[in-house]
Write a protein that binds this ligand. Structure first.
Ligand SMILES: Cc1cc2nc3c(=O)[nH]c(=O)nc-3n(C[C@H](O)[C@H](O)[C@H](O)COP(=O)(O)OP(=O)(O)OC[C@H]3O[C@@H](n4cnc5c(N)ncnc54)[C@H](O)[C@@H]3O)c2cc1C
Length: 469
């Protein structure tokens, strides 16, 4: 498109959302050149800030009629390049659609606009004794729409399940601009599970504008424990032994020495033992009796696996401190080097000891600083590589190390992403775990929702063509 046509397009977009809410000045667009995966950058052609489903629909209809690609953006905290605008895409910025439309404790649900920041739902209902379970560590920034697109997880998803288990219904603007309602606010919906299909589709099936979410009742008691281990192997064994003992903690997280020290050097300092090789955070919830009995059993298991000490938070402040340390860990790593690659892979929990050991060996091979902080109970690893993006040699090493880590996860029967999605970052790895037939089927399903491929192009599945395409 030439500049005159672009000016006409901007005018048409301004007619839909207002003059202030279309950004096209290159300096303003810089803010949108990447998400939290800063190795992948691409400027959008424009950004349209929407305030309603109607505005999303009109914007998408216009872009579809002109064959211009587009994508939704929530908070841009994604770690796989999902919100990066490829092929001159226009970004549809959702953050202003952040209202809670309805709360029903009778039906235990909330209807929200998808630009709502995750934690704001729990903050709204917690005084009434409820919470929204999926709690990504980025929950003070990321949006419900981004969580839906990525099927986000979080520390408490071990017991409560990831985002897909908490969505009852969705209002979606399809890539041709039409509006559909998927799922139902009741116990079950008839026909295909289109909500299940949409969740995790990474913006390639259209734009969710409203979501009906399940609310959970706050448990009677919560016990948060911190076990200090002299080796990552003993910490990993304790994780498996707790689950094998028939206990399902609400959270079971691990942080290694490099992570602990980055946190303790930062504003998130939680008093964690700096000399520990790893700490395991165990949270138990349920009735007061149940949690007391389980906490004692967990303490015994940790000690028998070699823990040097097991500490239980005595009050809510101590509990919050532990979680601030855990959830602030990625931020704290900014102290190590200017850039951070947060990797995401899944392995069978029982393979943790050997896989962690091999990850440290990969770091050594490429002279990289790797730290591990992750959802150990789910076997969902986050090896984090601290590096300097200005050093091209180091960037090459980061890429090579990531490839080896992905290969390692696959070799032990795991997968290439637990919660951050494929985006642009992991397209090449998709071919390592799916056959061309599998990928073709996925492309065919995408073509039903997104026949022209305009919604978030070149993401999630590598480009193979199916007949329907
Ligand atoms: C410090 C840190 C900690 C993190 N911890 C976790 C964690 O514990 N668990 C976890 O799962 N992730 C985690 N993440 C990754 C990230 O926060 C999640 O993937 C989150 O769900 C992204 O939400 P967002 O609003 O920022 O989405 P964005 O980054 O803006 O977008 C992500 C994808 O969603 C699509 N999208 C956004 N809104 C919509 C919509 N309304 N409809 C359709 N598609 C849409 C975009 O097109 C894009 O493909 C973390 C990230 C950081 C930086």
């Amino acid at each position: 498109m030439n500049r005159i046509q672009d000016r006409a397009l901007i005018k048409d977009l301004e007619r839909i959302v207002g003059r202030e809410d279309v950004l096209f000045d290159p300096t303003e667009l810089l803010v949108y050149e990447c998400d939290a995966l800063t190795t992948h950058k691409s400027l959008p052609r424009a950004v349209v800030i929407v305030s309603s489903t109607d505005e999303v629909s009109k914007t998408v209809k216009l872009l579809n009629s002109l064959d211009i690609p587009f994508l939704a953006r929530g908070a841009g905290t994604g770690l796989s390049g999902g919100a990066t605008a490829l092929d001159g895409s226009i970004i549809i910025e959702m953050s202003r659609m952040n209202r809670i439309l309805r709360i029903s404790y009778e039906d235990r649900l909330a209807v929200v606009e998808t630009g709502l920041i995750n934690i704001n739902l729990t903050r709204t209902v917690e005084d009434d004794g409820y919470f929204y379970a999926p709690d990504p560590s980025s929950q003070t920034a990321c949006t419900i729409g981004g969580n839906i697109a990525e099927n986000a997880g979080g520390p408490h998803c071990l017991k409560y399940g990831s985002t897909v288990n908490h969505i009852l219904a969705l209002r979606v603007v399809l890539p041709d601009g039409s509006i559909v309602d998927l799922g139902s606010k009741g116990a079950d919906s008839v026909g295909y599970d289109l909500v299940g299909l949409f969740v995790g589709s990474e913006g390639t099936f259209g734009i969710a504008t409203e979501a009906t979410l399940k609310l959970q009742r706050m448990p009677e008691a919560i016990k948060t424990m911190l076990a200090d281990f002299p080796t990552t192997i003993s910490a990993s064994r304790a994780v498996s032994s707790i689950i094998a003992a028939g206990i399902l903690p609400s959270a079971l997280e691990m942080m290694d020495k490099v992570t602990i020290n980055a946190v303790e050097d930062s504003v998130f300092a939680a008093g964690m033992p700096r000399d520990a090789a790893a700490v395991v955070i165990i949270e138990l919830d349920g009735t007061a009796v149940e949690t007391s009995v389980e906490a004692e059993r967990v303490r015994e298991i940790c000690l028998s696996e070699g823990a040097r000490s097991v500490w239980i938070a005595k009050n809510i402040d101590e509990k919050n401190k532990i979680w601030a340390g855990r959830k602030g860990a990625f931020g704290a790593m900014g102290r190590i080097k200017p850039d951070l690659m947060v990797q995401d892979g899944v392995i069978p929990r029982s393979k943790l000891p050997e896989v962690l050991d091999q990850i440290y060996q990969i770091a050594e091979k490429y002279s990289l600083k790797i730290s591990n902080v992750f959802h150990a109970g789910d076997g969902n690893l986050h090896p984090n590589i601290s590096y300097d993006g200005r050093d091209t040699n180091e960037v090459t090493h980061v890429k090579a190390a990531c490839e080896e880590i992905m290969g390692l996860c696959i070799s032990v029967g795991g997968s290439i992403t637990g919660e951050h999605g494929v985006g642009t970052d992991k397209l090449d790895y998709v071919k390592l775990i799916f056959t061309p037939e599998d990928i073709n089927l996925m492309a065919c399903i995408r073509a039903c929702f997104n026949p022209k491929g305009l919604s978030n192009p070149r993401k999630t599945i590598p480009s193979l063509r199916c007949r329907a395409y």
